[in-house]
Design a protein around this ligand. Structure first.
Ligand code: PHE
Length: 348
C-alpha cells in the first residue's frame, strides 16, 4: 500500500474511533498514541525517505493535513465531552423549588433592652446625657454621698450585698448621680443625665422580687429647677411609655437623698382609671420614686446648694415591662426561655 492510502486509512479508522470515545482520559491517551513520536503518523512520515524526491512534498503536505484533521477531530470531541460533563453537573444541581424551605429564625433584643432603649431615646431627645456607672460600687457613693451615713436606719430600705467594708454590689443607680455631680462643670451649663443599668438586692427571688433587676436613674440640676419641672418631665415620660391619655399623680414619700420625696403613680392604662385587677381597683399604678435633690447631696459633691438645685428620679424597667405586657413573674426576664422572650419581636 502506498503511503497516501495508508494515511487515508489511518484517518478513517481513527476518526471513527475518536467519535466513539466516551471519556476525556481515553481521548487524551488516544491523542498521545496517535500523534506522538511513536505513533503511526510519525511512522508514515519516517517512510518518506524512501520516496521519490518529487513525491515527497505532496505526501508530506497530505500527511500534515491528515495530522491536522485528526487533531481537529480530537479537539472537537474534547469540547463535546467537556460540555457533557458541565451539562450533567447542571442537571444534578437543579433546584427543586417545590421543596419546603428552612425557616430563618431571627433573634430580637431582650424586652428589657427594648424598654431601656426606648426610655433612653426619649431622654436623649430632651437633651439628657446617658452615663454609665460601676455595678461593683463603693459604699461611699452608693450610700454616704447620698445622705445615708453608716448605720443609718435608711440603709434597711435596701438590703445590700456587701463585698467588704468599702465595696458592695450597687443597690440602686443613684450612686451615678453622686459620681456625676462631683465632676460636672456647672460653668459649662446645667446637668441633665440618665443612668440605666443593673442593680442588686439581697431579696429572695419570687414572682415580684429578684436579687438582680434594673433601674434608670434621672438627674437634672440647674438654677431655678422646681417640682413643676419634675412633674412635667415624668408626665411626658408616662405618656410616652404608657400611652398619650395617661395622667400622673404624686404622693408624699421618703428617700434620704431627696426632699421632698414622692412616689409617682400613673393612671391605669388598662381600665383608664375605672378600676381593674391591674391597678387593684384604685385606678392608679405606682411606677417610680422621685424628689427634689437634698442639699446634703449637692454639698457633699461640692455643688453649692444655695445656688443650684434640681430633681432626681429612679424607675424600674422590669416593673414597666411587667405592667405594660401583663407579665406576672419578674423571674421570666432572667431565665432566658426563648418561648417567653421571642414573644417580644421588635416592631419595625
Ligand atoms: N434610688 C431609689 C430606689 O432605688 C429611687 C429614687 C431615685 C428615688 C432617685 C428618688 C430619686 O429606691
Amino acid at each position: 500500500m502506498d503511503l497516501k492510502s495508508k494515511l487515508e486509512e489511518l484517518f478513517e479508522q481513527n476518526q471513527a474511533k475518536i467519535k466513539g470515545l466516551k471519556d476525556l482520559d481515553q481521548l487524551n491517551q488516544t491523542r498521545v498514541e496517535l500523534l506522538g513520536k511513536k505513533g503511526p503518523i510519525t511512522e508514515v512520515l519516517r517512510g518518506m525517505k524512501d520516496l521519490d524526491a518529487s513525491e515527497r512534498p505532496k505526501v508530506g503536505a497530505f500527511a500534515n493535513k491528515i495530522k491536522d484533521d485528526l487533531q481537529g477531530a480530537i479537539q472537537e470531541r474534547k469540547h463535546t465531552l467537556e460540555q457533557a460533563v458541565i451539562n450533567q453537573k447542571l442537571a444534578e444541581e437543579t433546584i427543586d423549588v417545590t421543596l419546603p424551605g428552612d425557616a430563618v429564625v431571627s433573634g430580637t433584643p431582650h424586652i428589657l433592652a427594648q424598654i431601656m432603649d426606648d426610655i433612653e431615646e426619649f431622654f436623649i431627645g430632651q437633651g439628657y446625657q446617658v452615663i454609665d456607672g460601676p455595678e461593683v460600687e463603693e459604699d461611699h457613693y452608693n450610700f454616704e454621698m447620698l445622705n445615708i451615713p453608716k448605720n443609718h436606719p435608711a440603709r434597711d430600705m435596701q438590703d445590700t450585698f456587701y463585698i467588704d467594708d468599702q465595696l458592695l454590689m450597687r443597690s440602686q443607680t443613684s450612686p451615678v448621680q453622686a459620681r456625676t455631680l462631683e465632676v460636672h462643670d456647672f460653668s459649662k451649663g446645667p446637668l441633665k443625665m440618665i443612668s440605666p443599668g443593673r442593680v442588686y438586692r439581697r431579696d429572695t427571688d419570687d414572682a415580684t422580687h429578684s436579687h438582680q433587676f434594673h433601674q434608670v436613674e434621672g438627674l437634672v440640676i440647674d438654677r431655678h429647677i422646681t417640682m413643676a419641672d419634675l412633674k412635667g418631665t415624668l408626665l411626658a415620660l408616662a405618656q410616652h411609655v404608657f400611652g398619650a391619655d395617661r395622667k400622673i399623680r404624686l404622693r408624699p414619700s421618703f428617700f434620704p437623698f431627696t426632699e421632698p420625696s414622692v412616689e409617682v403613680d400613673v393612671s391605669c392604662f388598662r381600665c383608664n382609671g375605672a378600676g381593674c385587677a391591674i391597678c387593684k381597683y384604685s385606678g392608679w399604678i405606682e411606677v417610680l420614686g422621685a424628689g427634689m435633690v437634698h442639699p446634703n447631696v449637692l454639698n457633699a459633691a461640692g455643688v453649692d446648694a444655695t445656688v443650684y438645685g434640681g430633681f432626681a428620679f429612679g424607675l424600674g424597667p422590669d416593673r414597666f415591662a411587667m405592667l405594660k405586657y401583663g407579665i406576672d413573674d419578674i423571674r421570666s426576664f432572667y431565665q432566658g426561655d426563648q418561648r417567653f422572650l421571642s414573644q417580644f419581636q421588635q416592631e419595625g
